[in-house]
Design a protein around this ligand. Sequence first.
Ligand SMILES: [Zn+2]
Length: 555
Amino acid sequence: MDKILVTSALTYANGKLHIGHIAGSYLNADVFVRYQKLLKNDVIYIGGSDDYGTPISLKAEEEGVTPQSIVDKFNKSMRADLAGLNIRLDNFSGTSHQNHIKDSQDFFTNLNEAGYIKKRSLQQFYDASKNRFLSDRLVEGICPFCKADGARGDQCDECGKLIDAMELIDPKSKLSAETPIIKETTHWYLDLPKFENELKDWLETKTYWKDNVRNFILSWLNEGLQERAITRDLDWGVPIPLENTDGKVLYVWFDAPIGYLSSTKEFFQKIDKPEKWKDYWLDKNTKMVHFLGKDNIPFHTIIWPAMLSKQKENFVLPHNVPANEYLTLEGQKMSTSRDWTVWVEDYLQDFEGEYLRFVLAANAPETRDSDFNWKDFQLKINNDLNNVLGNLANRNFMFAKKYFDGNISRKNELSPNAKNTLTEVNDLASEIGKCYANYEVRKATKLFIDIARIGNKYFNETQPWKEIKTDSAKAEETLFICSEILRIISIVASPVIPKSMDKLRKMLGLNEEFFWQNLAKNQHNFIIDEVERLYRKIDDNEIEKQINLLEKKKR
Ligand SMILES: [Zn+2]
């Protein structure tokens, strides 16, 4: 049995969840976790909100409330949205929760005592009209690498490179739009160059990581690692654990991943096993898998392992970081500031959570950016879910009810055609397992629909509506094979569409708990329970409404 610790990137607590978050780091993690549970592996799924930092502090100032109240509001809305999509973390915490400050300070102290943190005086941008130092995110300008406009002082969204704010071309304060002045201050730096050789050796063992992730890291390492500031001037954050440090707090990129650890501790405290987090974090056999979007790759493949490796405790390092690329919306880059996105909360007002799971899984941006658009959403639900999978279930069950009172048994030796069909289906089922294990949700989703297509083709070719008149045993064989195909689908598709697959199993008269190993079990009969439609069709006007809404709210 494998022991697996799965995380979704912490979501910044200054807004609600949108489909980009779900496609980037939640759905893929949830599918993986569900698959591991089907294999009976020991898996926990951890996440939360990233609560500190400048945008939240500014928003609180704007609205005249405390930062904590903003964070609490969005943390709560994230939980509700995840529940609506049936994404089930074992613990969804937040970095403003109880354990986190102490854990983050310990990380700082251990790195500092081991000689991996440097103190430096430096020049920093200062907005004279607002009387405050500008953190990197509060400065925008032209990217020194790709020359894109609107690069932030910490990172360029266009090329993904991390930036030293001082290198921005034509910098402007985001607070006032003025050109900031430069003033001296003190900050603490993580000495990344000191980790370089160690990291290179470690990363060389990660030959099994996804190509997009490996390429990203290699280009980073080839440019040479830079020291990186881990403190900033702000009152909303984790204070650094040193005397006389004058209101410096840890940078969110430093303390956020520590949130995985503090959330794990919180989880085991809640279930009254406060020491059990060690079974995962301190056991070399644990496979720690971080799900995230590509902007988070350097933090989780370079900085986070570096931080983990110099602690007093022997922490496990990431086993895999299956980062996704970006999701676009109607062919355009998603943007929350322009409100060019689909908020999960809005989506759930109009549609089933299961449908979004299916469409985002079928379009998962695993190897390159992929697009979400409403027409395609409608097409996938109506064609793949309704006309292929739903139809196979419906025609088979209706027929079984009408002619066999819902009682379908396997009789005699199966015909060669029936046997071949089952073999084909079983081969695809085991391929689907490999896809899940390999973070290929998109392919897995295509393959389980392919299995339903095989079922429909078989049903059409054997023509049970004719068979029933001449040879009812042959007709029953057809229904038995189709039921068996549906049983197999109910297992292999369950990580992606768990709710409708539970419904399908109930209709098949299968009520017991099931695991991946049940695939191999030969079912001998099915007692078809009450039949209802698995899915509904999406009308054109529902889709027009969504497209109009998008255009209307766009800024
Ligand atoms: Zn750039």
